[in-house]
Design a protein around this ligand. Structure first.
Ligand code: CAA
Length: 283
């Protein structure tokens, strides 16, 4: 299927990154959110990122301008009536996602694919909120989107082969590497990553070592670019907790129980970098 116009729903950290890489690959993109200020914040991040590419001599001023011109701000979901693909990147909440998908199902053209960037929720359940489950698919980008190469592509129970193929082709065009996985809680990435982060939090909780020591062990000993507690702050502790709860509930196995310290931090509003405080403090 020929995709030319894309709408990204959600202009936060992930959505703005997705819109950026789509525009860089030559697609026309609507960057949509509920409020103009959210869209403006997303556009500001994209502008900052592409300006840095110009400063580093990796992109011309003209290229930067045409990338930015390809992105149209949107606060009206009806703009989806005009696109071939929607990539949803809103909060990790099943009710919010199914509500958006049922609205998109009414608005988007019949041929349009509806993709979700969910990090752990079942694609099959999101697809069931639409009358086109064969055109619903998971397209899970990693943070920071402009840098990370992986896109996990997740088939729901009903996802059509042709839809999978289209999304795989688009992923290549975005200069990313697609990896196909099936629809299980946390897919592959978060089924493996989050229990490691949760275990790092238990290690801190039980007083095995300081936060700095835990991060240093994993950075220097395992060559991870960030220690697990720094990474948790980077991802957002609310997101980490949500994913652990999805794994716990989805598998019914206590090995996925979230660490009480993680719950406590989230209750305190210490959500990591985005709130200025998590395991570490940020300016
Ligand atoms: N947006 C755009 N570009 C960014 C960026 C951002 N938020 N953060 C860093 N970069 C770019 C920098 O500009 C720099 O680019 P150049 O080389 O072109 O100058 C490059 O990335 C490297 O950045 P830095 O030198 O500042 O720092 P670094 O070498 O420590 O790399 C990092 C930063 C890429 C974030 C690295 O620390 C890293 O890979 N961390 C692990 C990230 C990770 O694990 N992500 C997955 C999270 S899990 C997830 O996303 C899934 C989920 O569902 C929860």
């Amino acid at each position: 299927m020929d995709v030319q116009k894309i709408m990204v729903v959600g202009a936060g950290q992930m959505g703005s990154g997705i819109a950026q890489v789509c525009a860089m690959a030559g697609y026309d993109v609507f960057l949509h959110d509920l409020k103009q200020e959210y869209v403006d914040r997303g556009l500001a991040t994209i502008t900052k990122n592409v300006t840095r590419q110009v400063e580093k001599g990796r992109m011309t001023q003209e290229e930067k301008e045409s990338i930015l011109n390809r992105i149209t701000p949107s606060i009206d979901l009806n703009n989806a009536s005009n696109v071939d693909l929607v990539i949803e990147a809103v909060v990790e909440n099943m009710e919010v996602k199914t509500s958006i998908f049922s609205q998109l199902d009414e608005i988007a053209p019949e041929h349009a694919i509806l993709a979700t960037n969910t990090s752990s929720l079942p694609i099959t359940e999101i697809a069931a909120a639409t009358k086109r489950p064969e055109k619903v698919i998971g397209m899970h980008f990693m943070n920071p989107v402009p840098v990370m190469k992986l896109v996990e592509i997740i088939r729901g129970l009903a996802t059509a082969d042709e839809v999978y193929q289209t999304i795989e082709d688009i992923t290549h065009k975005l200069n990313k590497v697609p990896v196909e996985v099936n629809d299980f809680p946390g897919f592959v990435s978060n089924r493996i990553l989050m229990p490691m982060i949760n275990e790092a939090i238990y290690t801190l909780y039980e007083g095995v070592a300081t936060k700095e020591a835990i991060d240093e062990v994993m950075k220097l000993g395992m060559n991870h670019p960030m220690g697990p507690l720094t990474l948790a702050d980077f991802i957002g502790l609310d997101t980490c907790l949500y994913i652990m709860e999805t794994l716990h509930e989805g598998f019914g196995d206590d090995k996925y129980r979230p660490c009480p310290l993680l719950r406590k931090y989230v209750k305190a509003g210490w959500l990591g970098r985005k709130t200025g405080r998590g395991f570490y403090t940020y300016e």
